[in-house]
Ligand binder design. Structure first.
Ligand code: TTP
Length: 207
């Protein structure tokens, strides 16, 4: 992955990453941010809305995860995110089990698809927040039965939207149109630094 950008935080508050995802913490650390993590409650990620599109879903979940952490802290710049893959109108979240992972991978094999990450940056002190969605277009090469079986056996699919980890070291995925690689792994670092830099203009008042 290319060098990750870092911007000054928009407020004096400590940065709180509202996430249990090791990938998101790794990306922030690699860019040089100091932060602590606090996991949002599982309820933040529930509530199905059948007519919702993938970008609408990740925006809503990112907002709900941030709101959960905002409600539990007196101070902090809260950062939350949610990632899904989408292929021909179907939204692919984290697989429930190996059969679910297999059906997701068979759907993505040999096809173009999108990964959407919603991010929410919320300043408790100034009561302002930004919600944005970043899309990365990808192509997954056709998978042979051996590739599929070995990957499912590895369990690397566990906890990853679309049942595949871009960062897992095999060259199955090609990022199209110079899209953000970090967005695929769970946090669009390029856009995040722009949001931090231009927070006053991009944010809206909340509560
Ligand atoms: C597409 C893709 C997703 N992912 C990960 C990023 C996210 O951790 C996960 C999608 O699930 P999310 O629900 O976005 O995040 P999470 O449950 O892991 O963590 P939290 O809600 O606490 O923030 O999939 C990869 O690691 N590699 C990939 O290539």
């Amino acid at each position: 992955m290319s060098r990750l950008p870092k911007a000054d935080l928009p407020t004096e508050e400590p940065l709180i990453l509202a996430s249990q995802s090791p990938r998101r913490a790794q990306l922030l650390t690699a860019a040089g941010y100091e932060f602590r993590t606090q996991r949002a409650s599982d309820e933040a990620e529930c509530g199905i809305c059948s007519r919702e599109t993938a970008p609408e879903l990740v925006a809503r979940y990112a907002y709900r995860k941030a709101a959960d952490i905002v409600s539990k802290n007196a101070i902090g710049l809260v950062l939350a995110a949610d990632t899904v893959a989408a292929c021909y109108g179907e939204i692919l979240g984290k697989p429930y089990d190996v059969e679910h992972a297999e059906s997701m991978l068979r759907r993505l094999s040999g096809r173009k698809h999108d990964v959407y990450t919603g991010i929410c940056v919320w300043s408790i002190a100034t009561r302002r927040c930004v919600v944005e969605v970043v899309r990365t277009k990808l192509f997954m090469q056709p998978l042979s039965e051996t590739m599929l079986r070995d990957y499912l056996h590895s369990m690397l699919w566990d906890g990853k939207a679309g049942a595949f980890g871009y960062q897992d070291g095999n060259d199955w995925l090609e990022v199209l149109e110079s899209g953000s690689e970090s967005n695929v792994v769970g946090l669009p670092m390029e856009r995040l630094s722009e949001i931090f830099s231009d927070f006053d203009n991009l944010s809206v008042a909340v509560q």
